[in-house]
Design a protein around this ligand. Structure first.
Ligand SMILES: NC(=O)c1ccc[n+]([C@@H]2O[C@H](COP(=O)([O-])OP(=O)(O)OC[C@H]3O[C@@H](n4cnc5c(N)ncnc54)[C@H](OP(=O)(O)O)[C@@H]3O)[C@@H](O)[C@H]2O)c1
Length: 107
């Protein structure tokens, strides 16, 4: 089977991390799985945890709060692999309109 490329955005912990682990386990050694992180230390820590389980996963920077970030991520994957076969957007970001006050106290 041809080499497959996947990226799971928002996968340093929680559901995204579990999805990354499951996909890396299910795919073949010549397939490539990436997780994304906003901070290098968090990306590297997640990759190290997976490596301790014998899973080779890479990490790439990605922040939904930065409008240029999706394009940069796509460009890196395009340059390295010519595209991506599976893209999962797990992390969520809800921009708060300028001047709007939170509806709930303490948030
Ligand atoms: N867990 C549940 O029971 C549940 C239920 C319903 C819906 N959800 C939704 O499912 C998603 C994942 O849940 P979870 O429990 O796995 O969340 P989580 O443990 O808080 O993990 C969130 C992930 O999203 C990333 N992230 C946060 N802000 C980001 C941004 N601006 N740009 C890119 N990545 C960002 C975080 O990475 P960093 O290291 O960069 O912070 C982290 O890897 C969320 O959208 C959540 O609202 C969860």
């Amino acid at each position: 089977m041809a080499r497959r490329i996947a990226v799971i955005a928002g996968a340093t912990r929680g559901i995204g991390f579990a999805l990354t682990r499951a996909l890396a386990r299910a795919w073949d050694a010549d397939d490539r799985v990436y997780l994304t992180a906003r901070r290098p230390a968090d990306g590297q820590a997640a990759v190290d945890r997976l490596a301790a389980d014998g899973l080779a996963v890479g990490w790439l920077p990605f922040d939904l709060a930065d409008p240029a970030s999706p394009g940069r991520l796509a460009a890196v994957l395009g340059e390295r692999h010519g595209g991506v076969d599976v893209a999962l957007l797990n992390g969520a970001y809800i921009p708060r309109p300028a001047g709007r006050r939170p509806m709930m106290r303490g948030r």
